[in-house]
Ligand binder design. Sequence first.
Ligand code: TYM
Length: 371
Amino acid sequence: MKDFVVTPWEVKGEVDYEKLIKEFGISPLTQELLERIKKHTKELHPFLERKIFFAHRDLDWILDMYEKGEKFYLYTGRGPSGEMHLGHLLPFIFTKWLQDKFDAKVYIQITDDEKFLFKNLTLEQTKKFGYSNALDIIALGFDKKKTFIFLDTEYSKTLYEQAIKVAKHLTFSTVKATFGFTNETNVGAIFFTSVQAVPAFLESVKEGRNVPCLVPLGVDQDPHFRLARDVLPKLGFYKPAVIHSKFFPSLLGKNAKMSASEPNSAIFTTDSEEDVDRKIKNAFTGGATTIKEQKEKGGNPEVCSVYSYYYFLFGKDEKELKQIYEDCKSGKRLCGECKQILAERIKKFLKEHQRKREEAKKEIDKFLIKD
Ligand code: TYM
């Protein structure tokens, strides 16, 4: 039995990212590549600094092209099966940073069709979540002149015409082997990866010339793009480049899943202050069983979900993170205080995010594309 599983529809166990790099055939993000990025961006996003974005496909090629004067566009997406948690925001926060730094167009696909096909949800429900999720995405500050958001079912004329071209090069046996489908899988699900591939070359179709595409995503989504990279050259397009992020861990411990079906596992963007206080209070930590023991022996930040929250999003800078780590290990920083500070930071973040989310309601039409 494998100790962890990562597919676009299931993430289970404690993920070993070194192993995953080998299994998926992706490349680690090297120091050399980070330096090359920094040459253009002047600074590195903490996600890069901390190797939260840890792997890639063809990022060196994207930079080669950029240095030759060929700009790339960005593509990422969201499957609207519920409200978004902080983990879902990660690729979007990073994509917005890349948009600013490289002055890039962004396509954002909201796969209401996918979640209808794969989950026990109606199309009305996935659409409703799609619109709600779009507000979270807009709230992150994307440039309305350069960002195009669409729900698959509302952009289907454009998408379908391209998706069938991809589908013609994909066999059931390939899709079955890639995603672990069975003969009982519905045919919409079998077709779906063709739909997710389209925005990876849509800008080339629109422009009538090949435009390089970079896809920031959580590593679970990589298999879609492994297939897209096989097929797109057969249609005369570039292979999309990909940059992969690790998973923002569950509040219930590293082995637990962060998911909508387990509300206490994650902070959702729509959570109230009381929700945050309760969830952080109950979070799994690396602390000892008694305060006395923790003061003597110290805690273990490596396994602590509270520490990982600082590490992923809520630490001020590298210096503060190091201090938190050391003070935890030495027994100087206790869980109660550590949780309280984190809860305050999350509440502050959510208050601001929820305000921007409200404002996004007025802006949404400027971002949405339909056909
Ligand atoms: P979805 O809605 O499952 O997830 C949206 C994005 O968030 C990433 N993600 C996470 N990242 C860090 N930590 C986590 N705990 C975490 N959970 C999810 C996902 O990898 C994803 O990048 N089919 C897709 C939607 C989609 C898409 C795309 C995603 C359509 N086109 C292109 C990426 C790129 C989906 O259901 O994502």
